[in-house]
Design a protein around this ligand. Structure first.
Ligand SMILES: Cc1cc2nc3c(=O)[nH]c(=O)nc-3n(C[C@H](O)[C@H](O)[C@H](O)COP(=O)(O)OP(=O)(O)OC[C@H]3O[C@@H](n4cnc5c(N)ncnc54)[C@H](O)[C@@H]3O)c2cc1C
Length: 466
């Protein structure tokens, strides 16, 4: 049973706040609670936290930060909220969108000023759907570096992180008040820990193939690129407690994973002029709609394969990204003197390929328009030598989850809040609406960081009152 009666618990230790999961959401929740003077324990199923956060690119969208101010960028909350809602067709709860956007700048500035996390504001290109530059990243531009910096901060703050501690059940009274959790150890041992408040930061269900097949069958056979330990526990617990899982069909896909190398190829290449063609040498979509929905478009092509096609200028841009350099080193990125060479090496029909590239060039020159609706003007046409990468579509993380309020409290079906249970990051319903195309770049770490901040603050307040 995933939720057990409180009367069955045999607590061997207690902490005011227990956080389940040690990714960005859990660590930020813990840092926030510590900042409020509250003792907090993070329970993590892995020996050392990594989560999807460490696998990610680590790009966090935020508005009104001091990094944007230094770059002369104005980014009011309403602009960011509009970008998010435009992408998802207005499907996300406006109160949550407003809450995470409003909190986003504060979270980044606080992480930088209070905990010394180094951030840079990404430049050189805009991610699809963002009106201004608002992606913040660790200078190394990797999620592993972001997670490492959060772990260092947590250590400095005195956060107790317990590894090899899979939370297998919550203990609750009949009111839904959480009294503690059950942890299971890899050696089969276990322990009950008590708390005043608890934060679910154990992400979504991408690591549970049966749940993926149920909710997003189109991705059931696709590569899963996220953390395999994220198995939908938060949703199961929350539903048992009377909570509601919403937008379970939503997820972040990616249409640009080098195949068979399994390395992410940055979408900046597409945003700055690159194109995707299928085995027939034809484009099949507007690459600027977003990389998430492009996963589905790529998987719908013959053999579920596409080729990213670009040139030296874009190759040089890609080399600024850790993943891209890794792909290059692994031999996924191939250089060709001309289109004939691409066609013969990759077995693409030369006539169709040449026509596709020429059509994109005419679009870039403003001589014609793209039938898929992409605006090619503003970027130079592709020039030889060319570069090509064989890619496929993948599932990165799920976006559906527990319905929460703007204080990150888990809500019951009737809209009332459970007394002392909070959720953030992939454990909570995101701000992408119900479909893959609703994901605006960065929605994942946006809700992980901001809801972690909000949940940690609220859980600490509740624990102090108790
Ligand atoms: C390749 C890739 C690239 C990405 N790039 C970006 C990006 O640039 N920007 C962006 O915004 N988003 C990105 N994302 C999405 C982003 O990684 C996630 O949205 C974000 O990391 C979620 O953070 P989290 O803290 O909720 O979950 P996680 O970081 O996954 O942490 C959850 C933790 O909970 C632990 N856990 C699970 N169940 C239990 C349990 N029962 N008991 C104890 N512990 C448990 C897990 O082991 C894990 O450590 C990317 C995702 C992938 C896969």
């Amino acid at each position: 049973m995933t939720v057990r009666p409180l009367a069955e618990a045999d607590f061997t230790a207690e902490a005011p706040v227990l956080v389940v999961g040690g990714g960005a959401c859990g660590l930020i929740a813990a840092l926030t609670a510590r900042d409020a003077g509250c003792e907090v324990v993070v329970l993590e199923r892995d020996p050392v936290p990594s989560g999807s956060t460490a696998l990610s690119s680590g790009f966090i969208p935020a508005c009104g930060t001091r990094f944007q101010a230094s770059a002369g960028i104005e980014d009011p909350v309403a602009l960011m909220a509009d970008d998010i809602q435009r992408k998802n067709g207005g499907q996300a709860d406006p109160a949550i969108v407003e809450a995470v956007c409003r909190r986003s700048g504060r979270t980044i500035d606080w992480l930088a000023e209070r905990w010394g996390l180094p951030f840079v504001l990404l430049d050189g290109f805009l991610y699809p759907g963002h009106s201004v530059r608002r992606m913040h990243a660790h200078p190394e531009r990797t999620g592993a570096a972001l997670l490492g910096a959060l772990l260092n901060a947590a250590e400095a703050a005195g956060v107790d992180i317990v590894g090899n501690a899979r939370v297998s059940a919550l203990y609750a009274d009949t009111d839904g008040r959480i009294g503690g959790v059950r942890i299971e150890r890899p050696d089969g041992g276990g322990e009950d820990l008590g708390c005043q408040a608890s934060v679910l930061a154990c992400n979504g269900y991408g690591g549970d193939p049966a749940m993926v097949r149920t909710h997003i069958p189109e991705m059931a056979d696709a590569l899963y690129f996220g953390h395999t330990g994220n198995r939908g526990d938060a949703v199961r617990w929350g539903e048992t407690l009377g909570g509601e899982a919403v937008h379970m069909t939503a997820y972040q896909g990616h249409g640009s994973v080098a195949h068979p190398h399994g390395v992410l190829i940055t979408w900046a290449l597409m945003m700055e002029g690159g194109i995707q063609v299928n085995r027939e040498g034809r484009r099949f979509s507007d690459e600027h709609h977003g990389y998430s929905e492009q996963a589905v478009s790529v998987l719908a092509q013959p053999d579920g394969i596409a080729f990213n096609l670009y040139d030296q200028r874009l190759h040089d841009l890609g080399l600024g990204f850790d993943d891209y350099r890794a792909a290059d080193k692994a031999g996924a990125v191939r250089r060709f003197e001309n289109l004939d060479a691409i066609a013969s090496a990759l077995d693409l029909p030369i006539a169709a390929l040449a026509q596709t590239v020429e059509h994109a060039a005419r679009c870039a020159r403003g001589e014609t328009t793209d039938p898929f609706g992409r605006d090619f003007t503003g970027q130079p046409e592709l020039q030889p030598p060319y570069y090509a990468v064989r890619v496929t579509g993948a599932l990165f993380h799920t976006q559906g989850g527990l319905r929460i309020d703007a204080d990150a409290r888990v809500l019951r079906r009737d809209g009332t809040a459970l007394p002392n249970l909070f959720a953030g990051g992939g454990a909570a319903c995101g701000v992408s609406g119900s479909q893959v195309w609703g994901y605006l770049s960065g929605n994942g770490l946006l809700t992980a960081t901001t809801l972690g901040h909000i949940a940690g603050e609220q859980a600490a307040r509740l624990a102090a009152e108790a």
